[in-house]
Design a protein around this ligand. Structure first.
Ligand code: SF4
Length: 731
């Protein structure tokens, strides 16, 4: 099965649009951090919001019926559309009943999903988007590039050019204010003249038949109340029981999306609204009728695959999404390529895989699914705690299972030790079976390293496995960490604590020096250290969507380490991505008891060192630094788990002057940056980190916690990067 080509996707490949995307998404992020920091019980709101959505999706059929009863009692109608065609036909019918020739719309992703504008334009209805971003997109004849900011990829200067070419205004529209003023007047006239207003619905309240609209421009309210017919279109998942449940979303949505403490307009309407109908045609007072008279309201609830998603154990969580866009903003790859690349027919960013797989099908999701590296940066950003990387992984697994085998699979199937179906792309199988590659590479080193480094081998790897020839390959060590530890005399005979150092694949076969340093540091702090032979955590196969293989590895690891934990050992992990497997992904892969035991009994290396020092271990046993400079880049998974601060704290306590990068990702993200089709994106993402560390790399020791971060920094800076535990090692 061939992989989508993303080689021309980055700022280097596609020009200034991508600079706008990076600038705007990073600005949203900065604002979100500030807005969230100001709310003491933000986590409580997230928990509550998730509970409400989970409950609402559980009770969805009942809530749809309650909504129907309430809206009809208010004088409106409800239609549940099976799919996009059903929804657009119904809306066209409603417009025909009204003899409607013109429609104004407020921003609605659901109407994008059902391609409503195309359908209405084909029916000769004049349609105007009134949200400024959507209006820009409409004039530009493009697709939205972001769930919240549809025209986020277009600069202000480009909008000026666009508007001037399209509208030939009397004066130059060379500022944001002038553009906004022009759009307001232009669209205001169209709102006044429109026969029907169509809005989305951020939330539908079943008990009262109300809809809640969260906007910053106020045009949704105008679309709902100025034309005398209002049609609201929303997915069936937008229903929550009542206004009682709305509060947490009011606290979360604007903070998560644009970093605003409060949105400009939160309109809760119970249509048909009581506002008098208007007639602007020449009348001095456009108020035409008595309050509430001559008004119609139609609620169109769109299924379009959602019922099937609800019944799908893994895609179901997608329906909790409140479309804030934070997962896109927090994603370094999205910042690099934007939603036209990192998105499907309608939805963009991390959660788009779930939406597109459920609505459009696996093929559409497969076009961009691999752009998710599973770094987990979006996990803490999501206001309803959706496990977005897991949804992406499950879809990747399904794509592997869906792929048609070809002749090469017959050759490969018998040679690889994984549990995957024929048709799984060769590139994925190579990276997913890296443990086997590393075992072989180590057993035959240094010959393996010499052969792999030849030009011929690199060309072949690039062509057949998609390993980019511009990347330095890992150098395998002949003596593994496990072998080194086995041949060593124990240094601590009366230990304070007994530790099992987990020999992850990289630390065992490639970066053995950081493993040896970890052993010596733990011994210096009074621990006995055992390094048993344990299987890879399953991170490599998981990252390729090879779920059966990952699950099998997880079982093996949990069995081996579980015995040590039961025996009173602490499990210490050097590689953050493997530590994250124990803390997060194993919850999905293992029975609860096995997961709990390992999650409770395992520690990231600096988390553990910090704990030892806090509990009385002798810090003088470690070398002091006397103000030496360190530039530190933490790993995405450490940040998600909130353990990156331990490294900074320990280094600072030892006297290091630590500068920490605030780059969201190094760009390598496991195997991602090694893949030929993603090399450019990987380097583009890494540019932020390089910009921070390049100027200080000569004066500071550069350290990073993750294997792939170390490899990437080596490439970006052309200087040696180490794991920070090596700074604590007296050897
Ligand atoms: S998945 Fe979460 S972060 Fe992403 S758009 Fe939906 S609610 Fe927002």
């Amino acid at each position: 099965m061939s992989e989508p080509d993303h080689t021309q996707s980055t700022s280097t490949g596609a020009g200034s649009d991508h600079n706008e995307i990076r600038k705007n998404t990073q600005l949203f992020n900065e604002q979100r951090y500030d807005a969230v920091a100001g709310v003491e019980n933000y986590e409580d709101y997230r928990t509550r919001a998730r509970e409400i959505k989970a409950d609402a999706i559980d009770r969805l059929p009942d809530l749809i019926e309650r909504t129907r009863r309430a809206v009809e009692a208010n004088g409106g109608s409800v239609y549940v559309a099976e799919d996009a065609a059903d929804a657009t036909q119904h809306i066209e019918g409603l417009l025909a009943e009204e003899d409607a020739e013109s429609v104004v719309k407020s921003k609605s992703m659901t109407t994008e999903e059902i391609h409503l504008n195309d359908a209405l334009e084909s029916a000769d209805v004049d349609v105007w988007e009134t949200d400024l971003g959507e209006f820009v997109i409409q004039v530009a004849q493009e697709e939205p590039s972001h769930i919240v900011g549809p025209s986020l990829h277009i600069s202000r200067e480009e909008i000026t050019e666009l508007f001037e070419a399209e509208f030939d205004p009397d004066e130059r529209l060379d500022s944001a204010e002038k553009l906004t003023e022009f759009a307001r007047e232009y669209l205001g006239e169209r709102i006044e003249a429109a026969d029907v207003g169509i809005t989305g619905a951020n939330f539908v309240l079943a008990e009262s038949g109300s809809i809640a609209l969260v906007t910053n421009e106020g045009n949704a309210r105008k679309c709902a109340s100025i034309p005398d017919t209002h049609i609201a279109v929303g997915g069936i998942e937008k229903i929550i029981p009542s206004i009682e449940e709305l509060h947490p979303f009011g606290e979360l949505l604007s903070r998560a999306s644009t970093g605003q403490d409060i949105t400009q307009y939160l309109s809760i309407l119970t249509p048909p609204v009581e506002t008098p109908a208007f007639d602007f045609d020449g009348a001095e007072d456009p108020t035409m009728s008595e309050a509430g008279a001559d008004r119609d309201f139609h609620l169109v609830l769109v299924d379009n695959g959602r019922t099937a998603m609800r019944e799908d154990e893994d895609l179901r969580e997608t329906l909790y999404c409140i479309r804030c866009g934070a997962c896109a903003n927090s994603c370094a790859n999205f910042q690099s390529v934007g939603g036209h690349e990192f998105g499907g027919e309608t939805y963009t960013g991390g959660i788009a895989t779930g939406w597109e797989a459920g609505i459009e099908g696996l093929d559409v999701a497969g076009e961009f699914n691999d752009l998710c590296t599973g770094c987990s940066s979006c996990v803490n950003a999501c206001p309803v705690k959706i496990d977005i990387p897991w949804i992406n992984t499950v879809v990747r697994d399904r794509l592997n299972h869906d792929a048609e085998p070809d002749y090469s699979d017959v050759l490969v199937d018998g040679l690889v030790p994984d549990e995957e179906p024929s048709g799984t792309p060769l590139q994925k199988r190579f990276f997913g079976n890296f443990e086997t590659v590393a075992k072989l590479g180590s057993a035959t080193a240094p010959l393996s390293n010499a052969v792999a480094g030849t030009g011929l081998a690199r060309k072949a790897m690039d062509r057949f496995l998609g390993v980019d020839a511009r990347r330095d390959l890992p150098t395998f060590e002949r003596t593994t960490l496990v072998e080194w530890a086995r041949n060593r005399t124990a240094q601590v005979t009366d230990p304070e604590r007994r530790v099992v150092l987990y020999p992850d694949v990289y630390t065992n076969y490639v970066q053995t020096e950081r493993g040896k340093a970890a052993v010596r540091v733990l011994e210096a702090l009074g621990c006995s250290v055992t390094v048993p032979s344990v299987a890879g955590s399953g991170r490599a196969p998981l990252s390729q969507g090879m779920l059966s293989t990952a699950r099998s590895k997880a079982r093996t690891v949990a069995d081996t380490l579980g015995e040590y934990v039961a025996d009173g050992y602490d499990v210490v992990v050097v590689e953050p991505s493997d530590y994250a497997m124990f803390q997060r992904e194993y919850e999905k892969l293992l029975p609860e008891s096995a997961y709990d035991s390992l999650a409770d009994g395992s520690y990231e290396i600096f988390e553990y060192v910090y704990g030892l020092l806090e509990n009385g271990a002798d810090g003088d046993a470690l070398p002091g630094a006397d103000g030496a400079g360190v530039a530190y880049h933490s790993h995405c998974q450490q940040r998600t788990l909130g353990v990156e601060t331990y490294t900074e704290a320990v280094l600072a306590d030892l006297g290091y002057d630590v500068v920490t990068s605030d780059a969201e990702c190094c760009g390598m993200a496991g195997s991602f940056g090694y893949k030929s089709q993603y090399y450019d994106i990987s380097m583009d993402v890494g540019a932020d980190l390089a910009a921070q560390f390049d100027p200080v790399a000569d004066e500071r020791t550069v350290v990073a916690s993750g294997t792939s971060c170390i490899e990437q920094l080596d490439s970006l800076l052309r200087a040696e990067t180490r794991h920070p535990i090596q700074l604590l090692d007296r050897n």
